[in-house]
Design a protein around this ligand. Structure first.
Ligand code: SAH
Length: 215
């Protein structure tokens, strides 16, 4: 193993330790954070900021979420290995890598074609092969439903109804709901065919979930 790789690893390990201090408890989430090289998902010019607990800009005015937010959302998923997860907003691909690292079967949708392509490249280079789709996340992937868990990484104003229908009974969706001023992290569980239960967690700020696709 080269020195560079070990150094990168140490940076990711330190980031995991920081997130633990900030309250993340799920050891499997922390292990994934300690392993996935976040710098592989951002522009070379931002390399020095890769392991700081901050969101960073990516192409198309979007962001790679803050590591704490990635860990927080992933913790709420309570993933079991092999579970089928749908992510809305592939973005940089970092969150998808964390889900793959934890042994999930990952499906992820991105509405910008360019981000769809660059995230795929970054993920495959590291040996992660989630199923990536260019499309509108509001539609979900009905042909691949039901999903055990759905993770939305952009903020809709209201709970996306079509996605709820793509959850298995007993499965749940983690979604930051609210307008541009801030969102409530919300977990919606599908209790039965028609019944859903909702609980709210902390306040976050995500980029807005937008309808349609763009090149
Ligand atoms: N999970 C990403 C976070 C990226 S920010 C990461 O780890 O980097 C949220 C992403 O959601 C952006 O890339 C944005 O383009 C995308 N997005 C917003 N609305 C969407 C929609 N309707 N369907 C799919 N992706 C969407």
């Amino acid at each position: 193993m080269s020195d560079t790789f070990q150094n990168n690893n140490r940076e990711a390990e330190n980031l995991a330790k920081e997130l633990k201090r900030k309250g993340i408890r799920d050891e499997r989430v922390l292990a994934a954070i300690a392993k996935v090289p976040r710098h592989s998902f951002i522009d070379e010019s931002l390399r020095e900021l890769a392991y700081i607990d901050k969101p960073l800009p990516i192409e198309k005015g979007q962001t790679i979420s803050q590591p704490y937010t990635v860990a927080y959302q992933t913790e709420l998923l309570k993933l079991q290995p092999g579970e089928k997860v749908l992510e809305i907003g592939t973005g940089s691909g970092y969150q998808a890598a964390i889900l793959c690292e934890m042994g999930a079967e990952v499906y992820s949708i991105e509405r910008y074609h360019e981000l769809h392509l660059t995230s795929k490249k970054a993920l495959n280079k590291l040996g992660y092969y989630p199923k990536l789709f260019f499309g509108d996340g509001f539609e979900g992937l009905p042909e691949y439903a039901p999903f055990d868990k759905i993770l939305v990484t952009a903020a809709p104003d209201e709970i996306p109804e079509k996605l709820l229908r793509q959850l298995r009974i007993g499965g749940w969706m983690v979604v930051p709901v609210g307008g541009r001023m801030g969102q409530k992290m919300t977990v919606i569980k599908r209790v039965s065919e028609e019944k859903f239960s909702e609980s709210e967690y902390g306040d976050f700020i995500f980029v807005p979930m937008q309808k349609g696709t763009e090149e």
